[in-house]
Structures are given as C-alpha cells and as structure tokens.
Design a protein around this ligand. Sequence first.
Ligand SMILES: [Zn+2]
Length: 68
Amino acid sequence: MSKPALSRDEQLVSCEICLKSIPVAEANSAETEDYVAYFCGLECYDLWKRQKTREQTADDNTQNTSKQ
Ligand SMILES: [Zn+2]
C-alpha cells in the first residue's frame, strides 16, 4: 500500500490569530460560512470567537452606546 507524502495528521495549518504553524491534528478548528479557521489553542480560538461576536453585535446593537 502506498502512502501519500503528507498524511492528514502531518499537514500544517496557520493559527487564525497568531499565525503560528500547527499540525492540523493538534489544531482547534471552527467552520465558518466561507472557510475553516484553525487555532493553535483554546486561547486563540476564544479571542477569534469574541472578535466575531463583536463584529456581529456591532451591527445589531448600534443603539447600545455602553462604554468600557
Ligand atoms: Zn494561535
């Protein structure tokens, strides 16, 4: 049986947040409407998730003028 040069587990992807290269097997991933995003860890995944939510709520809650 012949093996492909790069198995799926050895394939490298870039973290969506810090752009670090990580094996796809160890990456956390999230599917969006357009693409699959990969993350080196839950911290980056969490950051990305918060960014996305903020983008969405920024459109929905334009009347909400709460300051930080
Ligand atoms: Zn990262």
